[in-house]
Design a protein around this ligand. Sequence first.
Ligand code: TUI
Length: 311
Amino acid sequence: MKTRITEMLGIEYPIIQGGMAWVAEHHLAAAVSEAGGLGLIGGANAPGEVVREEIRKAKALTKKPFGVNVMLMSPYADDVAKVVVEEGVKVVTTGAGNPAKYMKMWKEAGIIVIPVVASVALAKLMERGGADAVVAEGTESGGHIGEATTMTLVPQVVDAVEKIPVIAAGGIGDGRGIAAAFMLGAEAVQMGTRFVVAKESIVHENYKQRIIKAKDIDSAVTGRTHGHPVRCLRNQMTREYNRLEAEGKSFEELEYLTLGTLRKAVQEGDTTNGTVMAGQIAGLVTKEQTCKEMIDEMMEQADKLLGGCQK
Ligand code: TUI
């Protein structure tokens, strides 16, 4: 399935792994790239030197292309932005903000820049600023989210940009989701939740099992009232957060409640008091597989569905 995205990135399949904080480290990124997709290392809130080490470890595991996600709300975003240039990273995606101030440096270094956007306005701004593609991420996604759904956002972004290809994200977990994204005009997908449970993923087994056991209605959003909505699976933490949020507690007090809770869930397996970030598609994810098994299975399914449309 050749698209402008597979050609631009030099990958076999139009599947990009999300740059998930604490989850998207070198083992997962290398496994997705080895399986023919594009693996990403998530810069998240990590210092530049930690990200540099991750990049070097991924290079040791795969000769195929992989990328780095720069989380723009990170206090270390400036450092990580420089590290990707110094390490010769081929592809950079950005999240949770506007990457305009790094664009010139990245383009001069020959980096393929793909901002994640949650609105048409930012997509257009990014194209004018020199982005090579955009990821249009719907509110079904895990983690930090925008308002529009994938179904509504993707075709509007496809129509709004003039030249660059669009990657769909949010709520995609199998070949049907990939085929649907292509029907909306996307030329690749970005997926996070399904890859969290990959055999190569280093997240705690409790976290994987929480996703595997999740039902359709298990998704919750914290922080809406303060303009920093984060989607995760509901548990004691989200109930407590939403209770305090309804009481009108300040953003600072609520943030304190969630400090370090993603790490607690991912590394220590505390899925009761930790933050179990995952997208709404968690209910569809039912088994642990290798990244290659996942990608082969999804591409076969998508190919069958799209076969009749491509002729
Ligand atoms: O970035 C994400 N997802 C994330 S980042 C993250 S780390 C975090 N941890 C705790 C609390 C908050 C963040 C977890 N998940 N997705 C990409 C994304 N970007 N979704 C939405 C946006 C976005 C939103 C607003 C991009 C730009 C924007 O405004 C741009 C502007 O003009 O500032």
